[in-house]
Write a protein that binds this ligand. Sequence first.
Ligand code: SF4
Ligand code: SF4
Length: 182
Amino acid sequence: MVPPKPVPKTKPRRGIFHAFKGNLEALMIGVKYFIDPKRFTLIYPKEYNKLREGYRGFIVLIKQKCINCASCARICPAAAMKMIRIPEVDEKTGKQKVKNWPVIDYRRCIFCGYCVDVCPTEALYHVPYHDVVYQNMAEMYLDLESFQKPPEYKAAEEGIPVRYIVDEERGLVKVPYKEGEK
Ligand code: SF4
Ligand code: SF4
């Protein structure tokens, strides 16, 4: 049996009145949330989101703990972590030698945290922030020296820390950060 032909739905008429009403409604929602003291818009950089401990932010190397195993570079799915050969003098023998050290390229990093998880000596750790500004792409490649310093976190120096929590009535709300909160 041949199925019946589908009946095309009649399009609702959209005139100038409907367009005006729609725009007005959108504006009213904007005004409502603008004057709402509980609005959750982050007034950045006057405020910044104080992320929780364990957040997978930028990564720092503790060189003294590194055993040059290259596990971090091998596991990296984005080829952001690489081992580079650096000549140095052996402290015991005084002879020249070449060692492999990890460096990171933030142009490629996807902040998955695999490198930190796989490191057998905890030589890598995340800092709990993600809003760091680089002035050009070249700066996003960190050499061995800069990889050992936590990136400058300007927002924390100049802004007020806030937290986002889930509120039963409203959903997500912004609250002041309390010192010592994890
Ligand atoms: S966080 Fe992920 S993508 Fe970034 S360097 Fe580590 S393993 Fe690679
Ligand atoms: S996994 Fe850890 S110990 Fe191994 S090279 Fe990377 S940072 Fe060093």
